[in-house]
Ligand binder design. Sequence first.
Ligand code: NAD
Length: 377
Amino acid sequence: MSRVGVAFVGCGYVADFYARTISAHPGLELVGVFDRDAGRAERFSAHFDVPAYASLDELLVDGRVALVANLTNPESHFDVSRRVLESGRHVYSEKPLAMDVAHAEELVDLSRDRGLLLASAPCSILGETAQTLWKALREKRIGKVRLVYAEMDDGMVHRMPHQRWMSESGTPWPSHDEFAVGCTLEHAGYYVTWLTAFFGPAESVTAFASCQVPDKAEDLPPESVAPDFSVAAIRFVSGVVARLTCSIVAPQDHSLRIVGDEGVLGTEDCWYYGSPVHIQRFVTIRRRTVPNPLKKRVRLVRRPPRYQVRASAQMDFSRGIAEMANALAEERPCRLSREYSLHNTEVVLAIQNAPRLGTPYRVRSTFPPMEPMPWAR
Ligand SMILES: NC(=O)c1ccc[n+]([C@@H]2O[C@H](COP(=O)([O-])OP(=O)(O)OC[C@H]3O[C@@H](n4cnc5c(N)ncnc54)[C@H](O)[C@@H]3O)[C@@H](O)[C@H]2O)c1
């Protein structure tokens, strides 16, 4: 099988995670990188031994590049993705697809018109834990699902020594951008993408978002600091309701609990592809019906490979790019469809912008059902 030439735009903190995981995918070849900060591009290029382009134009005329991973800051996603699509390349974008729904829709239309693939991170729905949960749901292991509680609390990041967090190739963690963009846009997608794949399109979002620590960043005026807490009730067309909480204020909790008629299905950490999955069936003890305190492990559909990612998140960041390349090679729809990416972006933006948009927000977009991974059917 011929390899798909991939280029990265953006050589910052997250780019290392892609560089470290792309080699796990024999169908992908990293042919070059570009960053508007030439020093960063040079450092990344030297560290990972990959050529750096002098400009985006130079990258876009390289005939070996078939797919571009847009790893820039969220504010640059739309412009960079649009230019890449206009040049005839497929795009895998870091989240969010764009900072507003109109721009995300424009990218989706452009990619459809040009017959190009467009997908957005995160891709952890393709991971072993998510696929195991989904299989258990399809097999009705907990009966009819009624309710989901998903937690994306990441601890008091501003109280942590984040100034010392450094990527392997030498880029500091972008605290300014992270605090200005906010934990909802940065993290809600990790669960929204799972929930929409499991339960289908969302119908409405009733959300609340607030900034509880406005003076968390020395280099940002309080009015430029994004909400550091949000809570959303998402109603799915299928009838399931999920409560999703995001914060960088409460202690770390990345857990998921899916409540069905027969029990509770869950996992502890959606940032680990091998996070164990468990079921607690309901039992009646002393006239009270409760989840069995003895959690039953659900066998993972397969063991995830080990990645050399020096990060708190043990995820294969390149799996979404590999899925796109495989879809092209196999001439089949990509699991991370442009419609799925747009839908997840719209839901996340509805949570982030709840104070401005008002609630409940009626979700406009929809997407065709996704196929499970072949090893998880
Ligand atoms: N930091 C994390 O742990 C993390 C984890 C997962 C996903 N992400 C996502 O990855 C993306 C990038 O985050 P990051 O942490 O790497 O940020 P970063 O600031 O460390 O790196 C972004 C890089 O993009 C470059 N850039 C910005 N606009 C550009 C443009 N128009 N053309 C070329 N280069 C441009 C910047 O110079 C910078 O080097 C964001 O969407 C973020 O949500 C970050």
